[in-house]
Design a protein around this ligand. Sequence first.
Ligand code: NAP
Length: 249
Amino acid sequence: MKRLSGKVAVVTGGNSGIGLACVQAFAQEGARVVLVGKRQEAVDAALAEFGPDVMGFVGDVSDLAMHDRLLAEVKARFGAIDIYMANAGTAILEPSAAVSVETYEQQFAINTRAVFFGVTKALPFMRDGGSVILTSSMATDKVIDDHAVYAGTKAAIEAFARAWALEVKARRIRVNVLSPGPVDTPILAKLGISEAARPEFDKSMAAAIPLGRLGLPGDLARAALFLASDESVFVTGVNLKVDGGMALT
Ligand SMILES: NC(=O)c1ccc[n+]([C@@H]2O[C@H](COP(=O)([O-])OP(=O)(O)OC[C@H]3O[C@@H](n4cnc5c(N)ncnc54)[C@H](OP(=O)(O)O)[C@@H]3O)[C@@H](O)[C@H]2O)c1
């Protein structure tokens, strides 16, 4: 029997990178999945590789009304949610002296506020025994240049996860955090690392990461699958670092 047979999963940021790898892993293990992304064309492109058990939803997670529309649609189509993965995220890396109110608010709106209200709105739609997974970052452990605001947005969701793990314990809903280190996803290009700069970047990452290479989306998806499935039925409130050991350095 597949590990997520009969389960319904929602993955925000499911059209790209880590989220897309999680959608693939969850679907392969028998889940019906709703992938949420901001750009219609990216959602359509991601959906093209799946059958009818994967549904797309286009919306901006920082628009809180979007979550109500999403949940109404998921309820109508699938009934209830077993796995909710708040994974959509953005990074604007700059020294604190250069941070504007706009870039500060943009990051907190997407990485933090959308996670808080996305999860609290989703919980009433979740079946008892479900799994909530929040994608944070190794940057909350290791101080990295230009990451102050980004790390702050993610540190907040780690605190939410610990609080929620106890708030929903009576329903046996587990709440855990997945913390990637640097992973080879489209976010690298969004951060301005060009194709030409990649060999040098990859080399510097291989030197900085104890396990000797950049992470791959599948590395995160396998860990997410563990947190999503009953294999982690006695695990709640943890921060699972999937960073090749980088936070140790
Ligand atoms: N890759 C890394 O090195 C790394 C390291 C640590 C943590 N993370 C975290 O991992 C998560 C996934 O990142 P990734 O590396 O897979 O990057 P990615 O490929 O750029 O994926 C980010 C996803 O978030 C979605 N998204 C961004 N803003 C959104 C918004 N306002 N509304 C709805 N969706 C939005 C994007 O949708 P569109 O494509 O439609 O815009 C995309 O699907 C993020 O939370 C990120 O902070 C990544």
